[in-house]
Design a protein around this ligand. Structure first.
Ligand code: MG
Length: 457
C-alpha cells in the first residue's frame, strides 16, 4: 500500500520524504503518454511546494508533446470548472487538500469536470511504473500558455445558479475563514457580489497555514466562532486548504457538520425536483437518511471520497450529494465538489424563508458522533482489516447489518460504527454514531478494544 502512488483522492505524499520532483515529472509524462495529444490545465493551491511541483509536472507533460495551460493559485473546484468549461483534455490540481503543510499532492480532473475514477488513476500508475513514455522531438514539444481571471469566470457562473437579487436584499453579514488556503481568492469576493457585508479572517494565502489547521472542524474554528458571535454575523464560512470543502458556523456559534447541512439543502432540492436519491458516503449521520426519507427521497451510500459520490451521482442521475466533512456536489453545475454553490444555496434558503441558519438547522437533530484513530502501518492495514471483519461484528450483540462497501460498517439497533484504514495516513479510523452520547461512547470503547487487540496479536 505504501508503494502505491494514489490514495483515496489522487496522490498525496510528504514532500521530500515520500514525493520528489522526479516523481512529478514522471507523472506528467505518464499523463501525456496516455493522452497522446491535446491540452492539460494545471493549477496549484497555496502550499510552499506548489509551484515547484507544478513546474515539474508541466515539464513532464510538455515533453510528450501535449500542451499545458497554467492558471496559478486557484481553489480545486475552480480548476475542475475551467477544465470542463474550456474542454481541456485533463486538469491537474497540485494540492494536498486539508493535510498538514509538509504534504503535497496531485488531483486529476476529467474533461466533464469529474475527478479521475480509481480505474483512470490505475491506468496512470501503470504507465508511471512501466517507465515507457512518449518522448516528443525538440520541434514537437507541447506549448506552454497561461490563463488569468478564471476565478472571476467561476464567480460569474455561480451567480447564475442562485437568486442573486433576493439574497442582495438581505444584506447579510458573513465571516469568511479560508484558513490561509485557496478560498482566499474566491469566497470573500463571491459573498460581496451577493450583497453581503464581508469580514475575512485567515485570508492571506500562505502555505505555512499560520492561522489554523487546514481541516475545518470544531477544534480548528475557535477564532471564526468568536468573530461570528462577537459581531452578530448571520453566517460563518470556513474552507479547507484547497477549498473543495465548506463548513458553516451558525449565528449562534455552532459549527454545523456537513451531513446536517446536506440534509437541510436536500429538503429544498427534493421539494423542487420530487422523489430522487441523495448520494452520500458511509460515514454520514443517519439523520440524513431520516430527513431525506421524510422529504420523500432516499439515500445511497458510497465509499468515502468525493469522486465516489460523483460516480454514483452520475450513475443514478442524482442532482445532489456530498460528504459529512463538508463536500457538496450539485450536478446542475458540475460533478466536482462545489462549496461555493453551497454558500449561494444556503444564503438563498435563508433569504427565501426569512429564517436564520441556526433556526433552520435546529430542525435537523445532532446525533452524537465520536471519532478516534489508532496508528497502524500501511503495510499491516489489509491484514488487520481482514481479521477485524471476522472479529468486530461478533463483539456486538445487536447487529442489524454489516456493510463492506468501504472499510467495515456495522449498523446496530442503537447506532453504527465504521472502521476504515486511512487512504492517506498510517492510521485506522473508528467512527461511531448513536442517538445518545453514552451509547456512542460504549460502541467506540468496544470497537477500539477489538482493534487494539487485533493490532497487538
Ligand atoms: Mg480539500
Amino acid at each position: 500500500m505504501s508503494n502505491r502512488l494514489f490514495g483515496t483522492t489522487g496522490v498525496r505524499k510528504i514532500y521530500g520524504r515520500e514525493f520528489d520532483l522526479e516523481m512529478a515529472v514522471r507523472l506528467g509524462k505518464a499523463l501525456g503518454t496516455i493522452l497522446e495529444e491535446g491540452t492539460v490545465v494545471i493549477g496549484t493551491d497555496v502550499r510552499t511546494t506548489g509551484k515547484l511541483v507544478a513546474d515539474a509536472l508541466t515539464a513532464g507533460v510538455l515533453s510528450t508533446g501535449v500542451n499545458v495551460v497554467r492558471v496559478g493559485l486557484v481553489p480545486t473546484p475552480t480548476l475542475a470548472f475551467i477544465t470542463r468549461q474550456n474542454k481541456y483534455d485533463a486538469g491537474l490540481m497540485v494540492t494536498a487538500s486539508h493535510n498538514p503543510p509538509e504534504y503535497t499532492g496531485i488531483k486529476f480532473w476529467r474533461p466533464d469536470g469529474m475527478g479521475y475514477t480509481p480505474e483512470q488513476e490505475s491506468q496512470i500508475e501503470a504507465v508511471y511504473d512501466s517507465g515507457v513514455f512518449k518522448a516528443a522531438e525538440w520541434d514537437k514539444l507541447g506549448m506552454l500558455h497561461s490563463l488569468d481571471a478564471i476565478v472571476e469566470d467561476h464567480i460569474a457562473a455561480l451567480l447564475q445558479h442562485c437568486d442573486v437579487h433576493l439574497i442582495r436584499t438581505k444584506n447579510y453579514t458573513v465571516v469568511v475563514d479560508p484558513g490561509n488556503g485557496s478560498a482566499s481568492v474566491l469566497t470573500p469576493y463571491l459573498t460581496r457580489e451577493l450583497g453581503c457585508k464581508v469580514l475575512s479572517i485567515n485570508s492571506q494565502a500562505d502555505g505555512h497555514f499560520p492561522g489554523r489547521r487546514s481541516e475545518p472542524d470544531e477544534t480548528s474554528l475557535g477564532d471564526l466562532i468568536k468573530v461570528v458571535t462577537d459581531i452578530d454575523a448571520d453566517l460563518g464560512i470556513a474552507h479547507d486548504g484547497d477549498a473543495d470543502r465548506v463548513v458553516f458556523v451558525s449565528e449562534r456559534g455552532e459549527v454545523v457538520r456537513g451531513d446536517r447541512t446536506i440534509a437541510l439543502l436536500a429538503k429544498e432540492i427534493l421539494a423542487k425536483n420530487g422523489k430522487e436519491r441523495i448520494v452520500t458516503t458511509v460515514d454520514s449521520s443517519s439523520v440524513l437518511d431520516e430527513s431525506v426519507a421524510r422529504a420523500g427521497g432516499a439515500t445511497i451510500r458510497t465509499p468515502v471520497g468525493d469522486v465516489q459520490v460523483a460516480i454514483k451521482m452520475k450513475e443514478s442521475k442524482s442532482s445532489f450529494g456530498g460528504e459529512a466533512c463538508g463536500v457538496f456536489i450539485f450536478s446542475e453545475f458540475h460533478l466536482a465538489p462545489e462549496p461555493f454553490l453551497a454558500v449561494c444555496k444556503l444564503l438563498e434558503l435563508m433569504a427565501r424563508t426569512g429564517r436564520s441558519f441556526g433556526d433552520l438547522i435546529s430542525e435537523i437533530p445532532v446525533y452524537p458522533l465520536l471519532k478516534d484513530k489508532i496508528r497502524c502501518s500501511n503495510a499491516k492495514k489489509m491484514e488487520v482489516m481482514e481479521t477485524l471483519s471476522e472479529r468486530l461484528p461478533e463483539a456486538f450483540d445487536n447487529t442489524k447489518e454489516v456493510l463492506t462497501v468501504d472499510g467495515l460498517g456495522i449498523y446496530l439497533q442503537n447506532g453504527w460504527v465504521l472502521v476504515r484504514p486511512s487512504g492517506t495516513e498510517p492510521v485506522i479510523r473508528i467512527t461511531c454514531e448513536a442517538h445518545s452520547k453514552e451509547a456512542a461512547a460504549s460502541i467506540l470503547k468496544t470497537a477500539k478494544e477489538v482493534v487494539e487487540k487485533v493490532l497487538s496479536s
